[in-house]
Write a protein that binds this ligand. Structure first.
Ligand code: HEC
Length: 438
């Protein structure tokens, strides 16, 4: 038996804001007006949202011995096993506020008892009719449009890189829109310039109701900024942040490139297998120095400038941040192994500036993820879907390697340049120039 508690009534006549407000309360993106006193157990705001236990789509969730049932309209209006349906709006609200369940029986104590304002009551009740349905869309998404944010240095000393990244992203989005968008949605871009201050730029972006951030460059060590993204429940698809260790500070963030630690490991292994009778040197990268074991010695750029006699040879390994440091007299005789935060195949794409390529790659990943996530979206869709797109090649030969435990797309790669080969790949030029500005 289906009782139509919501039929024709409250939802049709719900004030427009109720769904939005109810969604924010349900999903935990906004605290209840009573603060921690909103629940009998004084849950912090981040845990009081219904989605924490009942799932972002309200379909119920079993986790760590707790089992919370589905609480969308259809479920509450239906029998649960032998238990009677809820018969009125008041009955549903009594479950939420007083823990009075089906047939008047008390709900288990894991279900908090809520103290709600009159507005919150209306808002939550309206939203229960919407949660988990195709019309239940997160901020930044409507039936025919989806808004993505860009957080890049668009002015100031890094403007050239930021503009190039934005250019790569915009090209991909424009092409996507020409081809009809994704699931019938036109993709819109809103950009904020981090030159105004990274946190100010992020806050301004959050106020614009964006669904996700694509690409994006900021200081990898700014935990507070990344925390703010998690609080706002805004996923980041393939940021251009290169961090020390692979794991971002929270699960809302995914990166395009390999970490410094991963790069260093690959570089060391590559140097060890480099054929030479001379020394194997690795230019200092990252923080922790490698002791001179296993034939690889970490050197500072000072020592590179006073390498042995010009005719001496050896293997020299470095990363992109040291591209500008290695002098031409070194490159003449030494085998060079340059570690890249992306597969070497990325450099064989001759279509232009490396930053534009990286921007294009991150937006292609975002488009692929959006397409795989399907038409009905919630805040966590893009993060959850990433392992499913493993193997996708945003640039030919450079597959993404996302998995459940891994949040960066690309493995590190090596560019091998031997003495007879004096050409630095032309694509590297802009990178070296950019790094020198740092
Ligand atoms: C800390 C976990 C938790 C949170 C947060 C939570 N619930 Fe529950 N809820 C439960 C559990 C567990 C049950 C099942 C209790 C039982 O069956 O005895 C439940 C039961 C319910 C029921 C009764 C369902 C039925 O079929 O009888 C409703 C309605 C409900 N919750 C609504 C909400 C709403 C609305 C919110 C947010 C305002 C919320 N819950 C937040 C854990 C939670």
């Amino acid at each position: 038996m289906i009782l139509l508690i919501w039929a024709g009534g409250s939802v049709a006549f719900a004030r427009a804001g109720d769904i939005v407000d109810g969604r924010a309360l349900f999903q935990g993106t906004r605290p209840f007006s009573a603060g921690i006193a909103a629940t009998d157990r004084h849950l912090p705001a981040a845990f009081a949202g219904c989605a924490n236990c009942h799932g972002t789509n309200g379909a119920g969730k079993t986790e760590g011995g707790m089992s919370a049932p589905a609480i969308g309209k259809v479920s509450l209006e239906s029998l649960r096993g032998p238990l009677a349906p809820y018969r009125s709006k008041d009955a549903v609200l009594a479950a939420i506020e007083a823990g009075i369940g089906r047939g008047g029986d008390p709900l288990g104590s894991i279900m908090p008892r809520y103290t709600l304002s009159a507005d919150e009551r209306e808002a939550l009740f309206s939203y229960l009719a919407r949660v988990g349905t195709p019309a239940d869309l997160p901020p930044g998404v409507s039936a025919d449009a989806l808004r993505l944010g860009l957080l890049l240095p668009l002015s100031g000393p890094h403007a050239k890189q930021g503009q190039a990244v934005a250019d790569g992203i915009t090209r991909v989005i424009t092409a996507t829109n020409h081809a009809g968008g994704i699931h019938g949605r036109r993709i819109e871009l809103i950009a904020r310039d981090t030159a105004m201050g990274e946190r100010a730029a992020l806050n301004s972006l959050v106020r614009q109701d964006i669904y996700a951030i694509v690409g994006g460059m900021w200081d990898a060590t700014d935990d507070a900024l990344e925390q703010r993204l998690a609080e706002a429940r805004i996923p980041v698809v393939a940021s251009l942040v290169v961090r020390q260790d692979a794991r971002p500070t929270n699960r809302w963030i995914s990166d395009l490139m390999a970490s410094r630690t991963a790069q260093k490991k690959l570089l060391e292994a590559t140097l060890l297998s480099c054929q030479t009778n001379g020394p194997r040197w690795m230019l200092q990268m990252g923080k922790d120095a490698i002791r001179g074991d296993a034939g690889v010695v970490e050197v500072t750029d000072d020592r590179v400038r006073q390498l042995p006699a010009p005719e001496a040879d050896g293997c020299l390994g470095y990363d992109l941040s040291n591209l500008g440091v290695v002098k031409s007299e070194v490159t003449e005789h030494w085998r060079r192994r340059i570690v890249l935060p992306f597969p070497a195949a990325v450099l064989s794409d001759a279509s232009g500036d490396i930053w534009t390529l990286l921007g294009a790659a991150s937006s292609r990943i975002a488009m692929e993820a959006l397409s795989a996530a399907g038409a009905s979206l919630h805040e966590t869709s893009l993060i959850e879907v990433l392992p499913q797109i493993a193997g996708f090649e945003p640039i030919p030969g450079a597959p993404v390697e996302f998995s459940v435990g891994r949040a960066n797309a690309w493995d590190a790669g090596i560019l091998a340049l031997d003495p007879e080969d004096n050409s630095e790949s032309r694509n590297m030029g802009p990178w070296a120039a950019a790094k020198k500005e740092d």
